[in-house]
Write a protein that binds this ligand. Structure first.
Ligand code: ADP
Ligand code: 5GP
Length: 231
Protein backbone atom coordinates (compact mmCIF):
# COMPACT_ATOMS: atom_id res chain seq x y z
CA UNK A 1 0.00 0.00 0.00
CA UNK A 2 1.35 3.46 -0.81
CA UNK A 3 2.06 5.79 2.12
CA UNK A 4 -0.95 8.08 1.50
CA UNK A 5 -3.45 5.25 1.95
CA UNK A 6 -4.39 5.30 -1.73
CA UNK A 7 -4.48 2.09 -3.67
CA UNK A 8 -5.19 3.64 -7.05
CA UNK A 9 -4.82 0.41 -9.00
CA UNK A 10 -7.59 -1.20 -7.01
CA UNK A 11 -11.17 -0.33 -7.97
CA UNK A 12 -13.50 0.01 -5.02
CA UNK A 13 -16.70 1.69 -3.93
CA UNK A 14 -16.26 5.02 -2.14
CA UNK A 15 -16.84 5.41 1.60
CA UNK A 16 -19.73 7.54 2.85
CA UNK A 17 -17.73 9.17 5.66
CA UNK A 18 -20.30 10.73 7.97
CA UNK A 19 -19.00 13.20 10.58
CA UNK A 20 -21.05 14.77 13.38
CA UNK A 21 -20.34 16.77 16.52
CA UNK A 22 -21.92 19.43 18.64
CA UNK A 23 -21.60 22.73 16.79
CA UNK A 24 -18.16 24.27 17.40
CA UNK A 25 -16.32 21.01 18.23
CA UNK A 26 -14.33 21.28 15.01
CA UNK A 27 -15.92 18.99 12.44
CA UNK A 28 -15.89 21.57 9.63
CA UNK A 29 -12.19 22.24 10.26
CA UNK A 30 -11.42 18.50 10.28
CA UNK A 31 -13.52 17.75 7.19
CA UNK A 32 -11.92 20.58 5.17
CA UNK A 33 -8.48 19.34 6.10
CA UNK A 34 -9.36 15.79 5.10
CA UNK A 35 -10.52 17.00 1.69
CA UNK A 36 -7.48 19.17 1.08
CA UNK A 37 -4.86 16.68 2.33
CA UNK A 38 -6.20 13.25 1.38
CA UNK A 39 -6.52 12.47 -2.35
CA UNK A 40 -9.77 10.87 -3.49
CA UNK A 41 -12.04 12.58 -0.94
CA UNK A 42 -14.78 15.09 -1.73
CA UNK A 43 -17.30 16.99 0.39
CA UNK A 44 -21.04 16.50 0.09
CA UNK A 45 -22.14 20.13 -0.11
CA UNK A 46 -25.45 20.44 1.74
CA UNK A 47 -28.28 22.82 0.96
CA UNK A 48 -29.36 25.11 3.79
CA UNK A 49 -31.78 27.94 4.48
CA UNK A 50 -29.39 29.64 6.94
CA UNK A 51 -27.49 32.77 5.93
CA UNK A 52 -23.84 32.49 4.91
CA UNK A 53 -21.25 33.24 7.61
CA UNK A 54 -18.41 35.61 6.74
CA UNK A 55 -16.09 33.81 4.33
CA UNK A 56 -18.59 31.12 3.31
CA UNK A 57 -19.23 30.74 -0.41
CA UNK A 58 -22.36 29.45 -2.16
CA UNK A 59 -21.68 26.09 -3.78
CA UNK A 60 -18.47 25.48 -1.81
CA UNK A 61 -19.57 25.54 1.84
CA UNK A 62 -23.31 25.17 1.30
CA UNK A 63 -25.89 25.67 -1.40
CA UNK A 64 -27.62 28.64 0.23
CA UNK A 65 -31.35 28.53 -0.57
CA UNK A 66 -34.55 30.29 0.48
CA UNK A 67 -37.14 28.33 2.45
CA UNK A 68 -39.32 28.22 -0.71
CA UNK A 69 -36.47 26.86 -2.81
CA UNK A 70 -35.67 24.28 -0.13
CA UNK A 71 -39.30 23.15 0.04
CA UNK A 72 -39.35 22.78 -3.76
CA UNK A 73 -36.28 20.54 -3.50
CA UNK A 74 -38.11 18.40 -0.90
CA UNK A 75 -41.15 18.14 -3.19
CA UNK A 76 -38.95 17.06 -6.10
CA UNK A 77 -37.37 14.37 -3.86
CA UNK A 78 -33.93 15.86 -4.41
CA UNK A 79 -32.66 15.08 -0.90
CA UNK A 80 -31.16 11.84 0.39
CA UNK A 81 -32.02 13.21 3.84
CA UNK A 82 -32.96 16.58 5.31
CA UNK A 83 -33.54 17.93 8.82
CA UNK A 84 -34.31 21.07 10.75
CA UNK A 85 -31.35 22.17 12.89
CA UNK A 86 -31.35 25.40 14.94
CA UNK A 87 -34.51 26.62 13.18
CA UNK A 88 -32.96 26.25 9.73
CA UNK A 89 -33.33 23.50 7.15
CA UNK A 90 -30.32 21.44 6.04
CA UNK A 91 -30.31 18.67 3.44
CA UNK A 92 -28.01 16.32 1.54
CA UNK A 93 -28.69 16.55 -2.21
CA UNK A 94 -28.79 13.13 -3.90
CA UNK A 95 -26.66 14.62 -6.70
CA UNK A 96 -23.70 14.87 -4.30
CA UNK A 97 -23.45 11.14 -3.71
CA UNK A 98 -24.04 8.09 -5.95
CA UNK A 99 -21.88 8.84 -9.00
CA UNK A 100 -18.92 9.62 -6.76
CA UNK A 101 -19.25 6.39 -4.79
CA UNK A 102 -19.40 4.36 -7.99
CA UNK A 103 -16.27 6.15 -9.21
CA UNK A 104 -14.48 5.13 -6.00
CA UNK A 105 -14.42 8.64 -4.52
CA UNK A 106 -14.98 8.92 -0.78
CA UNK A 107 -17.68 11.42 0.18
CA UNK A 108 -17.55 13.33 3.47
CA UNK A 109 -20.85 14.36 5.08
CA UNK A 110 -20.86 17.08 7.74
CA UNK A 111 -24.33 16.41 9.16
CA UNK A 112 -26.08 16.42 12.54
CA UNK A 113 -27.19 13.26 14.39
CA UNK A 114 -30.49 13.17 12.46
CA UNK A 115 -28.62 13.17 9.16
CA UNK A 116 -26.13 10.56 10.38
CA UNK A 117 -28.95 8.30 11.54
CA UNK A 118 -30.84 8.70 8.25
CA UNK A 119 -27.79 8.02 6.06
CA UNK A 120 -26.85 4.93 8.10
CA UNK A 121 -30.41 3.65 7.72
CA UNK A 122 -30.57 4.31 3.97
CA UNK A 123 -27.05 3.07 3.14
CA UNK A 124 -25.84 0.82 5.98
CA UNK A 125 -23.15 -0.80 3.84
CA UNK A 126 -21.68 2.47 2.60
CA UNK A 127 -21.64 4.58 5.77
CA UNK A 128 -18.83 4.88 8.29
CA UNK A 129 -19.78 7.39 10.99
CA UNK A 130 -17.53 9.35 13.34
CA UNK A 131 -18.54 11.53 16.27
CA UNK A 132 -16.22 14.41 17.20
CA UNK A 133 -16.26 15.32 20.90
CA UNK A 134 -14.95 18.60 22.35
CA UNK A 135 -12.40 18.24 25.18
CA UNK A 136 -14.71 20.24 27.51
CA UNK A 137 -17.79 22.43 27.41
CA UNK A 138 -15.65 25.45 28.33
CA UNK A 139 -13.47 24.87 25.25
CA UNK A 140 -16.55 24.35 23.12
CA UNK A 141 -17.84 27.77 24.23
CA UNK A 142 -14.47 29.36 23.47
CA UNK A 143 -14.44 27.86 19.97
CA UNK A 144 -17.99 28.98 19.26
CA UNK A 145 -17.14 32.50 20.41
CA UNK A 146 -14.00 32.56 18.29
CA UNK A 147 -15.76 31.58 15.07
CA UNK A 148 -16.26 34.33 12.45
CA UNK A 149 -19.73 35.88 12.67
CA UNK A 150 -20.42 34.57 16.20
CA UNK A 151 -22.94 36.50 18.30
CA UNK A 152 -24.02 35.87 21.88
CA UNK A 153 -27.43 34.49 20.93
CA UNK A 154 -26.18 32.00 18.36
CA UNK A 155 -23.35 30.86 20.69
CA UNK A 156 -25.84 30.29 23.51
CA UNK A 157 -28.34 28.37 21.37
CA UNK A 158 -25.54 26.12 20.07
CA UNK A 159 -24.24 25.52 23.60
CA UNK A 160 -27.78 24.73 24.75
CA UNK A 161 -28.08 22.18 21.93
CA UNK A 162 -24.68 20.55 22.55
CA UNK A 163 -26.02 18.09 25.15
CA UNK A 164 -28.67 16.77 22.74
CA UNK A 165 -25.97 16.08 20.14
CA UNK A 166 -23.54 14.49 22.62
CA UNK A 167 -26.32 12.19 23.86
CA UNK A 168 -26.27 10.47 20.44
CA UNK A 169 -22.55 9.64 20.37
CA UNK A 170 -23.29 5.96 21.02
CA UNK A 171 -24.91 5.61 17.58
CA UNK A 172 -21.60 6.23 15.77
CA UNK A 173 -18.97 3.72 14.63
CA UNK A 174 -16.05 5.79 15.98
CA UNK A 175 -15.52 8.70 18.39
CA UNK A 176 -12.62 11.17 18.46
CA UNK A 177 -11.84 13.87 21.04
CA UNK A 178 -10.76 17.00 19.18
CA UNK A 179 -8.31 18.42 21.73
CA UNK A 180 -5.12 18.75 19.72
CA UNK A 181 -6.16 19.39 16.13
CA UNK A 182 -3.25 17.52 14.52
CA UNK A 183 -3.88 14.43 16.64
CA UNK A 184 -7.62 14.46 15.95
CA UNK A 185 -6.94 14.85 12.24
CA UNK A 186 -4.47 11.94 12.21
CA UNK A 187 -7.06 9.77 13.94
CA UNK A 188 -9.80 10.73 11.50
CA UNK A 189 -7.57 10.02 8.50
CA UNK A 190 -6.55 6.66 9.97
CA UNK A 191 -10.21 5.65 10.29
CA UNK A 192 -10.81 6.53 6.64
CA UNK A 193 -7.79 4.50 5.51
CA UNK A 194 -9.01 1.48 7.45
CA UNK A 195 -12.54 1.81 6.06
CA UNK A 196 -11.21 1.91 2.49
CA UNK A 197 -10.00 -1.64 2.97
CA UNK A 198 -13.22 -3.09 4.30
CA UNK A 199 -13.73 -6.32 2.41
CA UNK A 200 -17.28 -5.50 1.29
CA UNK A 201 -16.27 -2.33 -0.56
CA UNK A 202 -12.91 -3.48 -1.86
CA UNK A 203 -14.16 -4.97 -5.21
CA UNK A 204 -11.51 -7.64 -4.91
CA UNK A 205 -13.54 -10.55 -6.31
CA UNK A 206 -11.73 -10.78 -9.65
CA UNK A 207 -8.29 -10.37 -8.09
CA UNK A 208 -9.02 -13.03 -5.50
CA UNK A 209 -10.38 -15.40 -8.18
CA UNK A 210 -7.06 -15.02 -9.98
CA UNK A 211 -5.12 -15.65 -6.77
CA UNK A 212 -7.13 -18.80 -6.16
CA UNK A 213 -6.56 -19.96 -9.72
CA UNK A 214 -2.84 -19.37 -9.34
CA UNK A 215 -2.85 -21.06 -5.96
CA UNK A 216 -4.29 -24.23 -7.49
CA UNK A 217 -1.55 -24.24 -10.13
CA UNK A 218 1.03 -23.69 -7.40
CA UNK A 219 -0.44 -26.55 -5.36
CA UNK A 220 -0.17 -28.87 -8.38
CA UNK A 221 3.43 -27.81 -9.00
CA UNK A 222 4.27 -28.29 -5.33
CA UNK A 223 2.76 -31.75 -5.19
CA UNK A 224 4.50 -32.42 -8.53
CA UNK A 225 7.78 -31.40 -6.88
CA UNK A 226 7.08 -33.65 -3.96
CA UNK A 227 6.82 -36.59 -6.33
CA UNK A 228 10.00 -35.63 -8.09
CA UNK A 229 8.41 -33.83 -11.08
CA UNK A 230 10.23 -30.78 -12.35
CA UNK A 231 13.67 -31.93 -11.17
P1 ADP B 1 -18.03 22.81 13.76
O1 ADP B 1 -17.96 22.60 12.30
O2 ADP B 1 -18.00 21.54 14.53
O3 ADP B 1 -19.16 23.69 14.17
P2 ADP B 1 -15.60 24.40 13.39
O4 ADP B 1 -14.75 23.50 12.58
O5 ADP B 1 -16.25 25.55 12.71
O6 ADP B 1 -16.69 23.57 14.23
O7 ADP B 1 -14.68 24.91 14.58
C1 ADP B 1 -15.10 25.91 15.50
C2 ADP B 1 -13.90 26.79 15.84
O8 ADP B 1 -12.96 26.04 16.63
C3 ADP B 1 -13.16 27.29 14.61
O9 ADP B 1 -12.79 28.65 14.81
C4 ADP B 1 -11.92 26.38 14.56
O10 ADP B 1 -10.81 27.04 13.99
C5 ADP B 1 -11.66 26.08 16.03
N1 ADP B 1 -11.05 24.75 16.27
C6 ADP B 1 -11.35 23.57 15.67
N2 ADP B 1 -10.59 22.57 16.18
C7 ADP B 1 -9.81 23.12 17.13
C8 ADP B 1 -8.81 22.59 18.04
N3 ADP B 1 -8.47 21.30 18.07
N4 ADP B 1 -8.21 23.46 18.89
C9 ADP B 1 -8.56 24.76 18.88
N5 ADP B 1 -9.49 25.35 18.05
C10 ADP B 1 -10.11 24.52 17.20
P1 5GP C 1 -23.81 25.02 10.69
O1 5GP C 1 -24.97 25.97 10.56
O2 5GP C 1 -23.03 25.26 11.97
O3 5GP C 1 -22.97 24.97 9.47
O4 5GP C 1 -24.44 23.57 10.84
C1 5GP C 1 -25.38 23.31 11.85
C2 5GP C 1 -25.60 21.81 11.93
O5 5GP C 1 -26.26 21.34 10.75
C3 5GP C 1 -24.31 21.00 12.07
O6 5GP C 1 -24.50 20.01 13.06
C4 5GP C 1 -24.15 20.37 10.71
O7 5GP C 1 -23.45 19.14 10.77
C5 5GP C 1 -25.61 20.14 10.35
N1 5GP C 1 -25.81 19.94 8.89
C6 5GP C 1 -25.17 20.54 7.86
N2 5GP C 1 -25.61 20.06 6.69
C7 5GP C 1 -26.52 19.11 6.99
C8 5GP C 1 -27.33 18.23 6.18
O8 5GP C 1 -27.29 18.21 4.95
N3 5GP C 1 -28.18 17.39 6.84
C9 5GP C 1 -28.26 17.37 8.21
N4 5GP C 1 -29.10 16.50 8.75
N5 5GP C 1 -27.52 18.18 8.99
C10 5GP C 1 -26.67 19.04 8.38
Amino acid sequence: MSSDGQNQHRPRRGVMFVISSPSGAGKTTLCRRLISEVPGVQLSVSATTRSPRPGEADGADYHFRSVEQFEDMIDRDEFLEWAKVFKNFYGTPRSEVEARLVAGTDVVFDVDWQGARALKTIRPGDVCSVFILPPSLAQLKQRLEGRPGADEKSVQSRLDGAGQDILRWGEYDYAIVNDNLDTAFAELRAILYVERNKRARASLGIAVDQLLKDARVATKTQSGSATGEGH
